[in-house]
Design a binder for this molecule. Structure first.
Ligand SMILES: *Cc1c(COP(=O)(O)O)cnc(C)c1O
Length: 408
């Protein structure tokens, strides 16, 4: 790397981040470690190319090669998800949502989205986000008694509020989402249905989660979470809405696409189509189930009492500590997770009563149920004992495990 000589400060930080990734157990449910090939595609001269427009219809010359790249990404994405139309240009998941809302809605229209504290995403109607500022938001939550989505209640709210769009999908919901039920409700009230599968896209791709594509008007996702690709977004829809979606991504809400990133998306999609990736996703789900079981055995209270996805959410209230404190204790031992609100959280979002843990990265590193059992044991020890000795011992164990499962 000549960066080493020319920009030592940034070079050193990149190297240090690589070491941090190698030496810690990354359990942030929205993260993953992309393959060397995905990273290779990202670090290319495709970043130099302006390609406003779409393959075959660009506003710039010299697009013959990036056209192949984008067409390939589109073809592979359609094959993975079985959708009629795909737009691979959104720079991020939030960008994908912005374009999707604006393609079917007018500013001020009513959107029904999952409450952030119950597991929804900022871009589903948080007051400080564009979604909450430019649309009327009606939130729905989960059941107070068991943390599950309550489809009867969602139907009641929809019948009462008559939203123009219902958004389903979440960032911290550990259970399967019944897209069919959502679509029945949307049909009944005459609302559009959008599914945001940013977190679960890898599971959907491999049949480990119900499919939203067949019953939603629009499906948005990120490509960097369980899909394990480059940081970015994507929109899927039927032929009917395809023109509006494309127009609202460009020129509606973005300029030139990030062609290096689209190339990396294509590389990721080829990986997703492989048998190896099916095995990977099965591993992610099995590992999360094992992690949940072992955490419960160690006395942890879990929201919905478990998981059928890639993540678990610990309710920290019985331990008498906050999510923030829990995150910091684990961090000291080399286990990286994030504080997260639990449904109807009494604490502020910067403090929270929950801790979210995911298995995508650990599974990418090749860890299995045995390791999940060990990790769950360490987490329980730290959160219950909270003493420097325990943290120090676990830090040693974490280092040993990290050495046994090299990242690159
Ligand atoms: C992560 C996430 C997003 C946003 O992704 P960014 O790329 O960070 O903008 C959108 N929706 C949901 C449900 C998410 O979990």
């Amino acid at each position: 790397m000549s960066l080493k000589d020319k920009d030592k400060k940034i070079y050193d930080s990149i190297v240090a981040e690589g070491k941090r990734q190698q030496n810690s157990l990354e359990m942030i449910a929205s993260e993953n470690y992309a393959s060397p090939e995905v990273i290779e595609a990202l670090g290319t001269h495709l970043t130099d190319k302006y390609a406003e427009g779409y393959p075959g219809k660009r506003y710039y010359g010299g697009c013959e090669h990036v056209d192949v790249v984008e067409e390939t990404a589109i073809k592979r994405a359609r094959e993975i998800f079985g959708c009629e139309h795909v737009n691979v240009q959104p720079h991020s998941g939030t960008q994908a949502n912005i374009a999707s809302y604006l393609s079917l809605l007018d500013i001020g229209d009513k959107i029904m989205g999952m409450d952030l504290s119950c597991g929804g995403h900022l871009s589903h109607g948080h007051p400080l986000n564009f979604s909450g500022r430019y649309f009327k938001i009606v939130p729905y939550g989960v059941r107070r008694d068991n943390g599950y989505l309550d489809y009867d209640e969602i139907r009641n709210i929809a019948l009462r509020e008559k939203p123009k769009m219902i958004v389903c999908g979440a960032s911290a919901y550990p259970r399967k989402i019944d897209f069919k039920k959502f679509s029945e409700i949307a049909d009944e009230v005459g609302a559009y249905l959008m599914a945001d599968i940013a977190h679960i896209a890898g599971l959907v791709a491999k049949g480990e989660h119900p499919d939203p594509v067949s019953c939603c008007d629009i499906v948005t996702t990120t490509t960097h979470k369980t899909l394990r690709g480059p940081r970015g977004g994507m929109i899927m829809c039927g032929k009917k809405n395809s023109k509006e979606i494309d127009r609202m991504v460009f020129p509606g809400t973005q300029g030139g696409p990030l062609m290096h990133s689209i190339a990396a998306k294509a590389v990721c999609f080829k990986e997703v189509l492989s048998h190896k990736f099916s095995k990977y996703i099965k591993g992610v789900v099995l590992n999360a189930a094992k992690l949940a079981d072992e955490l419960k055995r160690g006395g942890m209270k879990l929201v919905t009492d478990g998981t059928d996805t890639h993540l678990v959410l610990i309710d920290m209230r019985p331990l008498k500590i906050t999510g923030k404190e829990g995150e910091s204790l684990l961090q000291d031992a080399g286990i990286v997770a994030n504080k997260n609100t639990i449904p109807y959280d009494p604490q502020k979002p910067f403090v929270t009563s929950g801790l979210r843990l995911g298995t995508p990265v650990l599974t990418t590193r090749g860890m299995g149920p045995e390791e999940m059992k060990e990790v769950a044991g360490w987490i329980c020890d730290i959160l219950k004992k909270r003493d420097p000795g325990t943290i120090k011992n676990v830090r040693k164990e974490v280092s040993r495990m990290c050495k046994n499962f090299p990242v690159r």
